[in-house]
Design a protein around this ligand. Sequence first.
Ligand SMILES: [Zn+2]
Ligand SMILES: [Zn+2]
Length: 184
Amino acid sequence: MREHPPNHLDPRAPLVLDTRDLPRSPGAMRAVERVVPAPEHLGLELIRVPEGAELSLRLRMESVSEGVLVSAQVHAPLVGECGRCLREISDTLDVSFQELYAYEHSTTDDTTDEDEVGRMQGDLINLEPELGHAVVLALPNHPVCRPDCPGLCPECGVHWDELPEDHHHRQVDARWAALEQFNN
Ligand SMILES: [Zn+2]
Ligand SMILES: [Zn+2]
């Protein structure tokens, strides 16, 4: 039998689910809706859910023979930076995930690895790791302010939106520059 660390989850923590109200008979269900402050480090370098922002969670807990199946829908605000022009991005994210959390000492608990199936700690479920994975997977690796963002002129760093259509820079070759000086 697997050794369990002592129960250290706080039942009042925003991303901890207490399943005491859920009968441990397969098919029993409970729906929970809550709005919680976003934990820190929820996102990627260029785009993220700001820490403390409102995360809206719609959760369904369902008793199955070996544990509790949680289906979650998450709605969150996003802030970030356009990878092409560095303008600020604000957006929202909707993501859902489903995860089985095995009862302590159930067969599933004893026969699977920690990373295959979630684990309950007593009656408590820590949603944070799975929620973090789901959010990060749903984020764009290359966020842009709009799909056709043209980015910045590589020469002067001005956004192409703010430049005339024929904007260009004279190619000044070092040799020509020397000649021009000579001519003056
Ligand atoms: Zn942009
Ligand atoms: Zn330019």
